[in-house]
Design a protein. Structure first.
Length: 161
C-alpha cells in the first residue's frame, strides 16, 4: 500500500522545484557570460622607430582598467602599460618601437578583469627592417665620386711621367 500526498502538496513541490530550476539557470547564465575585448592597430607591419597606435574596446565596461603588454619576437617584454576605458569601453595606447627593434612578430596583448571575469585578446604585428631611401642627390654624389677618382688617377699619371 503506497501513500500518496494530497495533490496540494504535489503541486506546491513542483512549483518550488520549477522556481529553483529557473533561478539556478539564471545564475548559471550570469556566471558564464563572457566579457569580450577587441584589439586593433591601423597597420599590420611597422618599421623600427615607428609609432604604433593600439585601439580596443571592452564590451559594456566603462571606466575599467586594461593591461597592455607588448612582447618582441624573442618573447622579451618591450612594454607594459595600464590604460582606462572611456564611458563606452574604448581604450587607446600609442607607443614607439625602438630604432633597434628586431625584425619579426610582436605580440600586443590586452587584458581586463571585470567582476571576476578576465578577457584577453592578442594582436600580432610585424616589424621589418627599413631600407634607406636614396634621395635625388645620391646619383650626383656617385658621379662626383667617379669624377674624383678619374681626376686623381690622371693627376698621378701626370706626376709620374
Amino acid at each position: 500500500m503506497t501513500r500518496r500526498l494530497p495533490s496540494f502538496f504535489q503541486k506546491e513541490s513542483i512549483a518550488i522545484l520549477l522556481v529553483f530550476l529557473v533561478n539556478s539557470n539564471l545564475l548559471l547564465q550570469q556566471s558564464f557570460e563572457q566579457i569580450t575585448i577587441s584589439l586593433d592597430t591601423p597597420k599590420d607591419s611597422y618599421g623600427p622607430g615607428d609609432l604604433v597606435d593600439v585601439k580596443g574596446n571592452v564590451a559594456d565596461s566603462p571606466d575599467k582598467l586594461v593591461a597592455v603588454q607588448v612582447k618582441d619576437p624573442s618573447g622579451g617584454t618591450l612594454l607594459v602599460r595600464t590604460v582606462k576605458t572611456d564611458e563606452i569601453g574604448n581604450f587607446e595606447l600609442t607607443f614607439k618601437l625602438p630604432s633597434t627593434a628586431k625584425t619579426g612578430n610582436y605580440g600586443i596583448t590586452a587584458s581586463a578583469n571585470i567582476d571576476g571575469s578576465t578577457a584577453t585578446n592578442t594582436k600580432m604585428i610585424t616589424t621589418t627592417a627599413t631600407v634607406p631611401e636614396f634621395t635625388s642627390t645620391a646619383p650626383m654624389i656617385l658621379v662626383l665620386s667617379i669624377v674624383s677618382i678619374v681626376a686623381l688617377s690622371a693627376r698621378n699619371k701626370i706626376l709620374n711621367c
